[in-house]
Design a protein around this ligand. Structure first.
Ligand code: GAP
Length: 538
């Protein structure tokens, strides 16, 4: 695949993404979406919402589903009652391990520091780096040579013992050269670091006013379960969907937008009877994988990975990740796009009864020293009564949880291609093209008058106005038409409509397809329906 820098540079050049607060040097882990990026990400979220929620056919049994089901949505606040995070487990358990460097005062995630044992002058040192994997060899060599004070001509005095290892595999840090340090043994022992951003609500400055920015959208759905059941007449099985921002104070945000500190999630909590929850889990796992395929992720770069039993949370009887081979990862490695988890009745029970015992029996309430639940739940009844059978039970939950930014990035990576296309004189010119699915493309079409005279701009502007009522389209009359095509190829615009001399005679225009480069003549009166057809069939 292409080097990631090419996509990063295209994203900046064409206004897909910018680093947040760039004019002040940027803020690590935060990204802004530019004029094209905002449209692309919005289309990803809209496609998800349409395909999973608003366009869902509640009257039919979908392929692989045990029965019909309903879907509805919510939009909850980012800051919620602090007790939510205590009962969800995030307050106690949502942490990564970090190590600090006493020399540079930098902080790293324990499981992300990689290094190799290097030996020279009778000394063995674990040389670490935090660079991308494809730069590791060069950077490790540079650091080891510098540490051992070796010149290039003495490089043969340096030897490596074994391949790369993660810092978690090293017990004693005394011989570790930290990623930015020039002395040994400057890294501290790993310590827990809670990933939730803390803030203060209202005028209370102390812990009384402490609250957290949500680290997932899911909890807003669980705590509103009863409200939704009581107000919307949905019947189990049904799903509640939510799209919105989540925040995690990642220790080492990296890989462009893949691991950010502020990001958007697209989550469904699907409530069902415990007896059919395994079938629903399999249904959602397969349905979500198919969604990515339908929108253009395909081939060997997209996989479904079932977690091994030892990877599962204690309350989960099944979790699968949908993963994509992002170009910034080493060959053969995949990054998580979405997790589909069978969460049992863990969340609803936690919010009813209080914080549950994480270690042994998930169904027992964890007791504090006073013999009462450590964190009390809401005490509200979050069970469900089946009106037909009169059975009362705590629903089981299947949770397909996707990241809007990661999906957007994967669609961009898959779309990026370099090839050749003929210019206006038929000469092949190299081009960068984003082969985005037309549903996702920021601009659906661009409209060009071949030249800026003879009435062509007027006709082209009329077509633009007609299309603009339905789609985001672009009008461009500047420069050679070949260059205009290439600009749109780079922006991922699937169709270019050109008004030429013939158009004035026979009221037709050409529509050029971005991927096949095929050009067909279409009656001007049919342009809107033609574009509509093409976009909806994609
Ligand atoms: N409610 C379950 C949950 O939040 P998760 O695996 O922690 O599960 C779900 O997150 C999805 O959210 C991930 O698959 C990923 O797409 C996205 N995500 C999580 N952390 C992220 C981050 N730091 N930056 C960007 N996306 C992230």
């Amino acid at each position: 695949m292409f080097p990631m820098e090419k996509l990063v540079s295209l994203c900046k050049r064409r206004g897909y993404m910018f680093q947040s607060s760039e004019i002040y040097g940027g803020l690590n882990g935060f990204w802004d979406y530019g004029p094209l990026g905002v449209e692309l990400k919005r289309n990803v979220k809209d496609a998800w919402w349409h395909d999973m929620v608003s366009g869902h056919d509640e009257l039919s049994v979908l392929q692989g589903a045990p029965s019909e089901y309903e879907m509805t949505g919510l939009d909850c606040t980012i800051i919620m009652h602090p007790q939510v995070w205590k009962c969800s487990g995030h307050y106690d358990l949502f942490h990564d391990y970090m190590v600090d460097c006493r020399q540079t005062r930098k902080r790293y995630r324990h499981d992300q520091v990689r290094g190799r044992w290097a030996e020279a002058k009778g000394q063995k040192v674990f040389v670490t780096t935090m660079v991308e994997t494809d730069q590791e060899d060069e950077e490790s060599l540079r650091r080891a040579m510098k540490f051992f004070k070796l010149r290039n001509k003495d490089a043969d005095q340096l030897s490596w013992d074994g391949g790369y290892r993660v810092l978690t595999e090293i017990d004693d840090f005394s011989q570790v050269l930290g990623p930015d340090a020039n002395e040994l043994g400057t890294l501290t022992e790993p310590r827990e670091f809670n990933l939730m951003f803390k803030t203060y609500v209202g005028a209370l400055s102390g812990e009384e006013g402490a609250a957290f920015l949500r680290p997932e959208t899911a909890q807003g759905i669980f705590v509103n379960f009863k409200n939704v059941v009581d107000s919307s007449r949905v019947k189990i099985p049904f799903g509640i969907a939510q799209v919105g921002k989540s925040f995690r104070n990642e220790i080492t945000p990296r890989n462009f937008t893949f691991r950010s500190r502020e990001f958007e999630q697209m989550e469904i909590e699907f409530f069902c009877h415990p007896n059919s929850s395994q079938q629903w889990y399999r249904f959602w796992r397969d349905r979500r994988l198919q969604w990515y395929k339908d929108l253009g992720l395909s081939g060997e770069r997209l996989i479904l990975r079932e977690h091994h039993t030892d990877e599962l949370s204690h309350y989960s009887t099944g979790t699968a990740d949908i993963e994509y081979a992002f170009p910034f990862l080493p060959e053969g490695e995949f990054g998580e796009l979405e997790g589909i988890a069978h969460r049992g009745d863990f969340d609803l029970r936690s919010h009813m009864e209080g914080k549950l015992d994480e270690k042994s029996n998930p169904l027992t309430v964890q007791l504090g020293e006073d013999g009462k639940p450590k964190y009390r739940g809401s005490g509200k009844d979050l069970t469900y009564r089946d009106e037909l059978t009169n059975e009362r039970f705590t629903p089981h939950v299947v949770e397909p949880s996707a990241g809007a930014d990661r999906a957007t990035l994967a669609f961009l990576c898959e779309a990026y291609h370099e090839d050749e296309a003929p210019d206006e004189n038929g000469k092949l010119q190299s081009r960068v093209v984003l082969r985005l699915n037309p549903r996702l493309a920021p601009l659906k079409a661009a409209i060009f008058p071949l030249v800026k005279k003879d009435g062509m701009p007027e006709v082209a502007k009329d077509i633009y106005r007609a299309l603009k009522k339905k789609f985001n389209v672009f009008y461009d009359e500047k420069g050679a038409v070949g260059r205009r095509y290439r600009r749109q190829d780079e922006a991922g615009t699937p169709y270019c409509i050109t008004v030429d001399g013939e158009s004035l005679q026979d009221k037709t225009v050409t529509i050029r397809d971005r991927d096949s480069l095929e050009q067909v003549r279409v009656r001007i009166d049919d342009v809107v329906s033609e574009i509509e057809n093409r976009v909806s069939c994609s």
